[in-house]
Design a protein around this ligand. Structure first.
Ligand code: C5P
Length: 220
C-alpha cells in the first residue's frame, strides 16, 4: 500500500505523514529531505547552482540514506548525519535549483521508488508523489492551508530551533518557494489526479490524522 501526501510548504505534510504512518504501522518517506540533502551537497561542493549537468552529477554521486530512530528521521549524506544541517535557511532557499533540474529529479525519483519497494507499505510525502512518482498510489492526499497559517507554522518551527528569523521574511520566502514549486516546468506542485484535498487551516494535528486515517481505512 502506498499513500501519497503532497502540498505546499507548511501545509502540515511532514507532521501528518509521520503520525499517519505511526498510527497505521506503515513506513514513512520524507522526499523533501532528499532534495534538501542533495542541495546541501551542492552547496558544500560549491557546485554552480545554475549548471544542470553539474547538479545532476552531484546528486547522482550522493550516498544518501534515510533512517528512523524512535520515529525521528535521520538523514545520512556521504556517511555523515546531516539531519539538522538540511533544515537551514540557506538550504531551504537554494533547494529550488536542484528541484527544477530534470536530471536531479530522475536520480531522486528512482531512489524514492526503490525505497518504497524496500519498505513495503509506505506513507510518502512531497510535491510530486501522487502526480509523478506513484500515480497508482492506493490513496492520494493534497494538503492545503491558508498562507498566513502556513507561514506561522514554519516561523514557530524555526524559532523553536533557535533560528533568528522574522515572520514577514519567513512568509515572503515561503511564498517565493510556493511560486517556484508550482511554476517550474518539471514535476510542478499540483493537486494530483484523484487526490483527496484536505484543508488543514483550522485543524489540530490530531484532527488532520483522524481525517486522513478515515480515508485510508475506507480504501483498505
Ligand atoms: O518539503 P520540504 O520543504 O522539505 O521540501 C524542500 C524543497 O524540495 C521544496 O521546496 C521543493 O522545491 C523540493 N521538493 C520537490 N519534490 C518533492 C519534495 C520536495 O521538488 N517531492
Amino acid at each position: 500500500m502506498i499513500i501519497t501526501i503532497d502540498g505546499p510548504a507548511g501545509s502540515g505534510k511532514s507532521t501528518a505523514a509521520r503520525h499517519l504512518a505511526e498510527r497505521l504501522g506503515l513506513a514513512y518517506l520524507d522526499t523533501g529531505a532528499m532534495y534538501r540533502a542533495v542541495t546541501l551537497r551542492a552547496l558544500r561542493q560549491e557546485v554552480d547552482l545554475t549548471d544542470g549537468d553539474a547538479l545532476t552529477h552531484c546528486a547522482a554521486g550522493a550516498a544518501l540514506s534515510l533512517r528512523y530512530d524512535d520515529g525521528r528521521l535521520r538523514v545520512l549524506l556521504d556517511g555523515q548525519d546531516v539531519s539538522e544541517a538540511i533544515r537551514s535557511v540557506e538550504v531551504t532557499d537554494n533547494s529550488h535549483y536542484l528541484a527544477s533540474t530534470p536530471g536531479v529529479r530522475d536520480v531522486l525519483v528512482a531512489l524514492q521508488r526503490r525505497a518504497a519497494g524496500d519498505l513495503g507499505d509506505v506513507v510518502t510525502e512531497g510535491r510530486d508523489q501522487g502526480s509523478v512518482v506513484f500515480p497508482d498510489a492506493t490513496v492520494k492526499f493534497f494538503l492545503v492551508a491558508d498562507p498566513d497559517v502556513r507561514a506561522r507554522r514554519r516561523y514557530d518551527e524555526l524559532r523553536a530551533k533557535g533560528q533568528d528569523v522574522g515572520f514577514d521574511a519567513v512568509r515572503d520566502a515561503m511564498a517565493a518557494r510556493d511560486r517556484r514549486d508550482a511554476g517550474r516546468d518539471v514535476a510542478p506542485l499540483v493537486r494530483p489526479d484523484g487526490a483527496i484535498e484536505v484543508d488543514t487551516t483550522g485543524l489540530s494535528i490530531e484532527q488532520v490524522i483522524d481525517v486522513l486515517a478515515r480515508h485510508v481505512e475506507a480504501a483498505r
